[in-house]
Design a protein around this ligand. Sequence first.
Ligand code: PGA
Length: 252
Amino acid sequence: MRRKIVAGNWKMNGSKDLVQQLVGQVREQVASLDVRAEVVIIPPALYVDSVVALCGSELVTGVQNVSQWQSGAYTGEVSSDMAKDLGCQYALVGHSERRQLFGESDDVVARKIEQVLASGLTAVLCVGETLEEREAGSAERVVANQVRQGLASVAGEQWSNIVVAYEPVWAIGTGKTATAEDAQAMHADIRRVLAEMGAPSETISVLYGGSVKADNAAALFAEPDIDGGLIGGASLKAEDFVSICRAFPVGA
Ligand code: PGA
């Protein structure tokens, strides 16, 4: 059975106070309610240490980005070894904001994946098409290329530390979500690409991201190839985030 995961990507939001309040509330609710997913908090790197300290056994911590290099004279960068050292278990790689705003190419993404795996963290490779690409009918090809190139060097046991997040760029922070059917179709496609690459595709979790909210999570999570969500805006409110964490169907 595949791991069910709900990960809250705080992006560049938060403060010491928010860390205390939000992580405390999410942890308390996850501990007392029926949650059938692994719940991951992904704060800005500066707050990782404090989040790890507050997670207890109910939550785990991730980092939003890591350097493509292991260590050295790279001012301002944070390495995956450092994230591991602080107690992170997950690292996002290739989020569309990194690709679009910071010019991350598939090649850079692939090198970051290598760093993350070398550190012993689980990499969450983010992929997704733009609106123009979808309208041009090339969404599947774009996403398949991102998967193939980002994960080009992954082999053998390393696949157990890979998660893929499908996040159509046009759905991120816009309030527009892919329909559960469209998302399912892309997830099935991603799984087919993974199988072609020699990956144990049936065991790899594929998450959906892009305006997931408490009221659309259940429909998405009910699809057979959607194993959870990567949540932006709605991860900044404990109640909304925990409702999403609880949206898996019975028996999931
Ligand atoms: P959103 O962001 O939920 O605010 O659309 C998702 C993401 O970018 O991971």
